[in-house]
Design a protein. Structure first.
Length: 230
C-alpha cells in the first residue's frame, strides 16, 4: 500500500495545511477553551451554591449537553442560531452567522458542561476548613469563593482541565461537517484534489498524534510539579 507513497504532495501542501488549517484549529481550540472554562466555572458555582431552581437548571443543562453527540450539537447551532437570532431581534430574515462563530459558540457551550464537572470536583476537593477560615477573616461568601476556593480549585484541577482541552483540540476536527478548512478539513481538500487520500490522512493522523501526545506529556510533567508532597 505504501510502495508509491508520495511525500511530495505533503511537502507542497504544508503552507496551506498549517497557515490556514492548523491556525484555525488552534485558534478555535484556544477560544473555546477560555470561554468554556469561564462558563463551566459559573455552572459549577451555580450547581453548588446557587438557589435551588438555578442549581437544578444548571444540572439539567450539564446532563443534557453531556448526553448528546457533539456533531449533533454542531448541526443544531449552525442551523438554528440564525433563526433564533431572527426571533430575538425581530429581523425579517435569519441572521448571518458564519461557520467560525457558530463553531465557537458550539464548542464553548458544549465543553462548558465538561469543564463544569471538573471545576465542581475541584471546588468540592477544597477542605471545608478553608471556607470557614475565609468567613473567620470577615470575607463574604462571594469573596471566599473568589479569593480562597477558586484559586485552589483551579490549581488542583489544572492538569484535568488541560487534558480536557486536548480532547477539545481533537474534537475540533468535527467542524468538517460545516465545510470549514480546519487542519483535517484542509488535508481532506488536498487529498480529494490530488487523489492522494492515503498520504494526506496518514500525515494528518501523525500531526494530531504528535501534538496530542506531546501535550499529554506536558500535562503529566505539570501534574508532577503541582503534586503536593505527602
Amino acid at each position: 500500500m505504501f510502495s508509491d507513497f508520495d511525500f511530495d504532495v505533503i511537502a507542497r501542501s504544508l503552507p496551506y495545511l498549517f497557515k490556514e488549517g492548523m491556525v484555525f484549529t488552534l485558534s478555535i481550540t484556544a477560544a473555546a477553551m477560555g470561554a468554556g472554562i469561564v462558563l463551566g466555572t459559573l455552572l459549577a458555582l451555580a450547581r453548588l451554591s446557587a438557589p435551588r431552581p438555578l442549581a437544578v437548571a444548571a444540572a439539567a443543562y450539564v446532563n443534557f449537553i453531556r448526553s448528546l453527540p457533539l456533531v449533533l450539537v454542531i448541526f443544531w447551532f449552525y442551523f438554528l442560531v440564525p433563526w433564533i437570532g431572527q426571533w430575538l431581534t425581530g429581523a425579517e430574515r435569519p441572521l448571518l452567522v458564519g461557520p467560525y462563530l457558530s463553531s465557537f459558540i458550539t464548542f464553548s457551550l458544549f465543553e462548558a458542561a465538561f469543564y463544569c464537572e471538573i471545576m465542581r470536583a475541584g471546588i468540592q476537593s477544597i477542605p471545608r476548613g478553608q471556607i470557614a477560615a475565609g468567613y473567620a477573616l470577615g470575607l463574604s461568601h462571594r469573596q471566599t469563593m473568589i479569593n480562597v476556593v477558586l484559586p485552589q480549585a483551579f490549581r488542583n484541577m489544572l492538569p484535568v482541565l488541560l487534558t480536557q482541552s486536548i480532547v477539545l483540540f481533537q474534537d475540533t476536527s468535527l467542524v468538517y461537517v460545516l465545510s470549514i478548512s480546519d487542519f483535517l478539513g484542509a488535508a481532506a481538500k488536498v487529498a480529494q484534489r490530488d487523489g492522494r487520500l492515503v498520504e494526506m490522512y496518514v500525515f494528518a493522523a501523525a500531526v494530531y498524534f504528535i501534538i496530542s501526545y506531546g501535550a499529554s506529556l506536558g500535562v503529566k510533567r505539570l501534574q508532577a510539579r503541582l503534586a503536593v508532597p505527602r
